[in-house]
Write a protein that binds this ligand. Sequence first.
Ligand code: LMR
Length: 396
Amino acid sequence: MLDKLEKLPPDPILGVTAAFRRDTSPGKVDLGVGVYRDIAGNTPVPQAVREAERQVLAEQVTKVYVGPAGNAEFNERIVGLALGPLASVLRGRTATIQTVGGCGALRVGAELVRAANPDAVIHVSTPTWANHEPLVGSSGLALQRYPYYDPATRDVDFDRMFEHIGRLASGSVVLLHGCCHNPTGVDLEPGHWSALADLMAKRGLLPFVDLAYQGFGDDLQSDVAGLRALAQRVPQFLLAISCSKNFGLYRERTGALATVASSADAAAAIATHQARIARRLYSMPPDHGAAVAARLLASPELLASWESEVASMVSRMKSLRALLASRLAALRPDGDFGWLTRQRGMFSLLGLDDAGITALREQHHVYMPQDGRINVAGISDANVDYVARAIAQQIG
Ligand code: LMR
């Protein structure tokens, strides 16, 4: 039976890492998977996370099961980090479950929507993270797209987005990127969030926010101003949180799904569904990353030191954006590269065609997903000239 299975094509993002590893060229550059890199090209564990980890391990006396909802303290603190003071206001009608990373949160959220209404449609942005459709769509829910990015302006086409969302059937789910939109780097402005939230409340649409990069746009607070504006305006929403990037906990698979319902009774029922979904998919989340994040968030000293580490990661990414923009502008004085510094987070789309991306990989050994998304953290002082020359050559 198993011999019938045919080989699948590589994952659009993880396949880039594999192809990069196979390339033996000494000058190769990896602008693929979204992981932060420091000046030496490493993806460090923040010092505050290390210290929290040391404390957790020193005090741990058991590895008994944590239960499907995971670490209750983590659940409360991570939602507090995202929603700020609103988290306490909404606590009575919030059901939070610790998940296997942000991916687990997205999938449990999709399964929850399916349990509530198997005919619900989830609408995702055009374009969106390459794993959104497979991950959310595997729940069996139908997926459709809404307009988001305008390649001509390299910005959000808010009017089209707003108009499209205003026409969706009541009960539709709208998946939004909390900040640092993946793959475009263009985010909604605070006014956009409020207008969309009012529209969704009025039209009976359910927002599902994917928050994977809190702190990577400007800072941990400003990045969630839009999300908080939405949370104040809609009666119900889902929030998928990832701790991979900002805490550097990638391989620990640390995340949470917070579902805010219209009433405490509904939230209590939702909590039982979320636990059952987890139990049927993977039973329980891993403990370590959540225990570490909870410890860090509980300690004012560790929190302050982590905040400054996140700030230095952001300032590095912003300076790399500026560096690449200035090198490209020097090579192509006819071009406008201001979008690189306007966009936020780790990603931007180069806007090259398929042949251009293939040429970057095959001729220049510069790797990125085929949609032309670059991870700016893969740029460094050492490779920026090389990368800029390669990209400049491919611009028509
Ligand atoms: C990315 O977009 O590169 C990251 O979110 C990692 C992943 O799992 O795709």
